[in-house]
Design a protein around this ligand. Structure first.
Ligand code: GLA
Length: 376
């Protein structure tokens, strides 16, 4: 078991007495390319990061315990806390006719919170995998991801797409995950960064972003209205030719979605050919489109991308919803410290918050261990 899983088991044992029946853990994610395409039925290419949330679970009363916040919440009503995510998953299982009955759970994790690395999808995915096993449901990973999205949309009340939950449940180590968000088919795309001597640096701008923010919902509804202006169900079906029939914000948002979907497919080809330079150019183009057409970048995100470019990064872009949060750069491993230092300087010069950096190799998706015990 991983350290995080061990910690969850220990927290469960100390809190509730006795060993849990299962422990599950699930990762956060970064998105390599394919932003704001999932809710338009388009393509995304995320990978899991090696930061996870673990949950140890057993049947019986006792509630939901967070070892990180050292607090217990009742399974019951929504209260706008972290506990809404596991509650939402239990609710969504009930909606599918699988009453969870009473269960208790202890959570812990190291996915940075509120910075766009999908800690919420990680806690949902870990809970869903654990409850599925506890109840012996045998649901597929894809169905669990859809169930987690339902929890997020209809219980927590955040209108996210399917990308984060898919990434957390279906990603494989050493690979990115190409998801067709219309058919919900997913396929691993090998991404061996170590062999290419490349690093993936994540810059957390420390500008808190809330998905419930009007910006995200605004973008979604403009996309829906652009699709309906074109007589289409989703912008996924729109072509460049269709853009002639749009204007204003509908035109800009649709232009991003159409070009971004094409970039994802091109990026997958580039990865299959081991052509990281091509992949990097697509990342820069994605950022420019998110900045100029989708208008979800911030001065901090732009500064990171420009600084990375000036210091020889292969590619860089904002990742996740935008409006703050994180950006990523793909760059020769030897350059990574230089880029981080230069970025810290640019942020200080501009009077931005001091950024935080992480480096990740594409990690494995959610995992389950039965009858776990704390190893000493
Ligand atoms: C957030 C949402 C995802 C996706 C991205 C933008 O991360 O949770 O579903 O829409 O924003 O690509």
């Amino acid at each position: 078991m991983r350290e995080t899983e061990q910690k969850a088991v220990k927290a469960y044992t100390e809190k509730f007495g006795g060993a849990p029946e299962l422990v599950a853990s699930a990762p956060g994610r970064i998105n390599l390319i394919g932003e704001h395409t999932d809710y338009n039925g388009g393509f995304v290419l995320p990978c899991a990061i090696d930061r996870r949330i673990a949950v140890a679970v057993g049947t019986g009363e006792g509630g939901l315990y967070s070892a990180d916040f050292d607090e217990t919440r009742e399974p019951g009503e929504r209260d706008d806390s972290w506990a809404d995510y596991p509650r939402g998953v239990a609710w969504a299982m009930g909606e599918k006719g699988h009453e969870t009955g009473s269960f208790r759970a202890a959570f812990t994790g190291d996915v940075p919170l509120g910075s766009g690395l999908s800690s919420s999808a990680a806690i949902e995915a870990a809970t869903a995998l654990a409850l599925d096993a506890l109840l012996g449901l045998g649901m597929s990973r894809k169905d669990l991801a859809v169930l987690c999205q339902r929890a997020e949309n209809d219980y927590v009340g955040v209108a996210s797409g399917i990308m984060d939950q898919y990434a957390s449940l279906l990603c494989e180590a050493g690979a990115a995950l190409l998801v067709d968000c219309r058919s919900l088919e997913a396929k691993s795309v090998p991404l061996d960064l170590a062999a290419a001597d490349l690093a993936l640096v994540v810059c957390d701008t420390r500008v808190e972003r809330g998905l419930a923010d009007t910006g995200y919902n605004d973008r979604r509804s403009t996309c829906e209205s652009a699709a309906s202006t074109l007589g289409l169900e989703e912008l996924r079906e729109a072509t460049e030719e269709d853009l002639k029939r749009l204007s204003g914000e509908e035109l800009k948002r649709a232009r991003h979605v159409i070009s971004e979907n094409a970039r994802v497919l091109e990026a997958v080809e580039a990865l299959n050919d081991n052509d990281f330079d091509h992949f990097g150019r697509l990342m820069y183009a994605s950022h420019a489109s998110l900045r100029d057409d989708y208008e979800v970048s911030t001065p901090e995100l732009d500064t990171f991308v420009e600084t990375a470019r000036q210091h020889g990064a292969t590619g860089a872009r904002l990742t996740g919803a935008g409006f703050g949060g994180c950006a990523i750069a793909l760059l020769p491993k030897a350059q990574s410290d230089r880029v981080k230092r230069a970025c810290k300087r640019s942020f200080a010069d501009a009077d931005f918050e001091d950024p935080a950096f992480y480096e990740f190799l594409p990690a494995t998706g959610a995992e389950l261990t039965r009858s776990p015990s704390v190893q000493v």
